[in-house]
Design a protein around this ligand. Structure first.
Ligand SMILES: Nc1ccn([C@@H]2O[C@H](COP(=O)(O)OP(=O)(O)OP(=O)(O)O)[C@@H](O)[C@H]2O)c(=O)n1
Ligand SMILES: C[C@](O)(CO)[C@H](O)COP(=O)(O)O
Length: 250
């Protein structure tokens, strides 16, 4: 990573919102559906808006959604929010395209970018600060993550292929295993190039850190929070709704 990536480099948020939300279902992609009174995407935007260390917010939207009126109501606040038609067929392509747009817009190649799922509305300004304070000054970058708490089972492939209730084949040690969350914070150009290379190789990457690992980096694992879970299935939606409602009553 470039040596320019020191404490003085600015930080920007990048929210990939090009997904269809098929596992959740509904009339709209989940990030635009109303969750406890506002579109789910609004919570992440607000957390970054409240974070003094964040300079600007960049949102990668599916091209077919870029003129949707829902987006207009989401850009409230004191710092610039840019909606870009950079959504791609996969999460990593959306992130790569949006990073490309930041570079084209003249953002410094050494600035930090915090990539955050629109589907994690439980993020807070405190968590964002914790990540930035832990990672800024390093030459590597890092991500929020949670040490694995449950015992981990590997399903027997035969039972999976047969479509039966899976059998547990073995227990995998959970020692040193972490569950990746977002934000994930890396240097703009370094992350762009790592994703470009991973996409070129058709590598099985599911987050920014896996692209960085493929390029030989070892991102810092910074402990996140349970409330920062990803809303993927209807049960996650219900749980998040309860959490946000109870927090708004405090
Ligand atoms: N082509 C894609 C796919 C996903 N995402 C974004 O990546 C984040 C995490 O993805 P996930 O929760 O899996 O969302 P979806 O891909 O929309 O969900 P599903 O797989 O159920 O369709 C979300 O903010 C989603 O909008 C994206 O920007 N572009
Ligand atoms: C980036 C991520 O949220 C880290 O846990 C996760 O990998 C996204 O996975 P998805 O399959 O796109 O939901």
């Amino acid at each position: 990573m470039s040596s320019g990536n020191l404490v003085t480099a600015k930080c920007h948020a990048l929210l990939p919102t090009g997904g269809a939300g098929t596992r959740l279902g509904g009339d709209l992609p989940k990030q635009f559906q109303q969750l406890a009174g506002k579109p789910m995407l609004a919570y992440a935007i607000e957390a970054f808006m409240e974070s003094p260390q964040i300079e600007s917010i960049w949102i990668g939207v599916a091209p077919g959604f870029i003129d949707n009126p829902i987006l207009k109501g989401l850009a409230k606040g004191k710092k610039p929010v840019h909606f870009l038609p950079t959504g791609g067929p996969t999460r990593q392509e959306t992130v790569r395209n949006t990073l490309g747009a930041l570079l084209e817009a003249g953002i410094s190649i050494n600035d930090w970018v915090l990539v955050h799922d629109a589907a994690r509305p439980g993020v807070t300004a405190e968590l964002i600060k914790k990540l930035i304070d832990s990672v800024q000054g390093s030459h590597v970058g890092g991500l929020l993550a949670m040490p694995l708490a449950d015992t981990l089972k590997k399903a027997d492939l035969d039972s999976v292929i047969a479509g039966n209730i899976p059998h547990s084949e073995k227990t995998i040690s959970r020692e040193h295993l972490w569950q990746a969350q977002t934000p994930q914070m890396f240097g703009l150009k370094t992350l762009h190039d790592a994703l470009e290379e991973a996409i070129r190789q058709e590598a099985d990457i599911t987050d920014e850190a896996s692209a960085m690992e493929l390029s030989g980096f070892k991102p810092l694992l910074i402990e996140g929070a349970t409330r920062n879970f990803k809303v993927t299935h209807p049960a996650d939606w219900e749980l998040m709704q309860l959490l946000l409602h109870s927090l708004s009553k405090k």
